[in-house]
Design a protein around this ligand. Sequence first.
Ligand code: ARG
Length: 468
Amino acid sequence: MTAKKSKTEKLWAGRFREPLDLEVERFSSSLSIDRRLYRYDIRGSIAHSQTLEKAGLLTSRESSKIVKGLKQIEQEIEGETFVFTSEDEDIHMAIERRLIALLGKLGGKLHTGRSRNDQVAVDVRMYVKDRVNDLVRKVIQFQQVLVDCAGCYRDVVMPGYTHLQRAQPVLFAHHLLAYVEMFDRDKQRLRDALKRIDVMPLGSGALAGPNFSFDRKYTARMLGFRAVTENSLDAVSDRDFILETLGIVSILMMHLSRLSEELILWSSNEFQFVELDDAVCTGSSMMPQKKNPDVPELVRGKTGRVYGHLIGLLTVMKGLPLSYNRDLQEDKIPLFDTMETVSACVSLYPKLFQSITVNRGVLALAAQDEWIFSTDLADYLVTRGIPFREAHHIVGRMVLFCSENNRKFTDFTLKELRTFTTKFDKGALEVLTVEGSLKRRSAIGGTARKRVERKLASLGKALERETN
Ligand code: ARG
């Protein structure tokens, strides 16, 4: 059986006697995936051409012709008139092939002192920088929507939970602002990672640096990088910046997934805390009554996919010797799919909160749960001089008594209260109110109305500053 061979000669084919096996060609091509890097590739090539000119390797006429050719190629790809061929190994080769077709021998000068190893590294870094900056903007927008929603329902009280059991009353706004804090940390991590992403690897050659004295800082300035890489071997084989980004967005997705879980629970018939808008829910093909929270469910599911990409790429990197290895081409699917997935989730989430209906009544009733004041009552006894452990025990006995006798704290007369301890006095009855409970939680970070109001105002201002 004779294997089918590639129809075109590769740009690197000089040392080969035979054309590439067709199946190998298909197997090794990354074009369908890395096509989306074309803009970055062209920007990188324009900067490289100008670096070559500065190094005296191209005349200014040659360099301008190359830049013009590259811009034309960009328009061709944008206008979908560019003809990709199945023989193009990747986006870098496709663009260079076309440049040579347009400019002849001159097109062949562009790759001087450059390798696809540093070329792909710089392209991907530019891509990640843009995606991360865009994600930060989207996170801010989402935080603003959460703060607005918290403000809209600022009066609403709900039970706060631990172990998914009603624990203590909290403001609904306080609950939403907990997520605002989480997304704030995500934002900080993204911004911090940018320092390490924003370093330019171009000018590292295949692995040892180019044979020419390129002014790499000049190239970095043209491409908007804050610094240049310091070791060529590391520069062409480093994918930490991708892993770091995947790690950070995995945490972000974990936050979104927790919020999703709450929305799914809250919109169930069992909770009925909130109702999601029709426009963001879907029905069942069989059960006519269903209105399903598919968006949060999908976000929760996609979180698993994102974690998978992080672990997948860590596994690709594990044990790789220096420097570039073709394994590194496998970074693209996890990176692109992750950034697109996370971006879609963060973009969509504001819609859910802009149109959510919060069932104030149901929440208020749940917050009146008879035992929700247990801690308040124990703390009250502390103010009457009883050590907390003892107070905890006394209130525990009261809970037991109530559950066995179908009673509520709030129905007790003072006399009845005093059968548990004579330290109870009139003030004890005043403790048993939601408003009292909220009011006392006024330390920094607490759910007291005043605190939450202050936080709402300061967050509103801070987010506004961030968008300007
Ligand atoms: N498509 C390759 C990648 O994404 C580009 C670098 C190829 N380098 C090489 N020496 N074959 O990693």
